[in-house]
Ligand binder design. Sequence first.
Ligand SMILES: *Cc1c(COP(=O)(O)O)cnc(C)c1O
Length: 409
Amino acid sequence: MSDDPRPVSPDTASVSLGHEADDHLGSLKPPIYETSTFVFKTAEEGKRFFEVALGLDEAREGEEFGYIYSRLDNPNLRVAEARLAVWEGADDALVFNSGMAAINTVFLTYLRPGDLILYSIPAYGGTAKILESLFTELGVTTRTFRSDADERDLGELIGDAPLAMVYVETPANPTNEIFDIALAGRVAHAHGARLVVDNTFLSPVWQRPLDHDADLVVHSATKYLGGHSDITAGAVCGGAEDIDELRHLRYRLGTTASPATAWMLTRSLETLRIRVEKQTENAIRIAAFLNDHSKVSSVNHLSLLETDEHRKRIYESQCLGPGAMISFEVVGGEEEAFRFLNAMKVVHLAVSLGGTESLASHPWTMSQATMAPETKRLIGVTPGLIRFSVGVEDSEDLIHDLEQALSHV
Ligand SMILES: *Cc1c(COP(=O)(O)O)cnc(C)c1O
């Protein structure tokens, strides 16, 4: 394969890469390696594995290594990681036991007391909260920016502080606000800092941040990558050196995914494109339906950007499709939103997103509950806002359910 100039496509990699049946008793699919530790053939072999795994020595050309201990690495992790790396166009990837485990491992690897991190808002509640609590207490300075900030605004925000990281979540939870990845990359790199992008909402099916100069991509693999609402997992994709550094800290922190989780993720990646395409097709129809409904005052979906030049330009430069996350405002406030949520029959009332089933939730009182009301309004979270993760169900069934639930508003 190595002298074949044609790069393997994610769709092909997803069903075969990183697993050789011959190495596993002819097993077509990767078996689950539920073992905490691995037996060394000799003490000398064990010594050598440790030397290289712990960074005491470099691997020699052609040298082969086995596994040591499952908190460090496991065959199921390697299969999922090899396939994820192809999806994001990365050298390598790492799988974690949740999205927050992945994100915190990145923060702990690259942020030190005195450093500045610039991050986009709105951001996932868990990400913003840990930056504003633990990392602030540890002496990291945080500053935030909105989507309309240009290069000059960001430069002024940085001033002469030692910038270590720009962190961008795009499109952002829950309003689908989009941020210019290439612009964030130019600012980060001009200051010798890394650009990290949370690509959870669009998945690599619709957005590949590394192609637009991001250094690392993080995922809550609990969402589209896992795709069936049955695992919590996280992932980081990036350059070989960064991934090696992150692998060391993952081992020390113990944020490694379990073999079973990695196996579930591997299985899910086989259908990633099929699921996300169907979910997106449904979402485009539903967004158009909601946009025309008299009980709905506004709809946030990337398929509805025609009238907004700034966002449309960003969308066209970095996104390949609009994704399947919608948020919309029902006419009225919390009471009307609750009437709608309580009347749904096909759509489930739950947080999380990206699974095969459609889920709706109320950001004002759920995911954004601890945020000050003024801040919520500033980022577009109002008492009437519904977050809707569109599943793979029949779109007519979903529209029928929304129609009848909206009649209760
Ligand atoms: C869910 C989510 C996270 C956190 O991931 P977990 O798997 O829940 O730890 C981070 N970023 C975004 C955008 C998310 O939606």
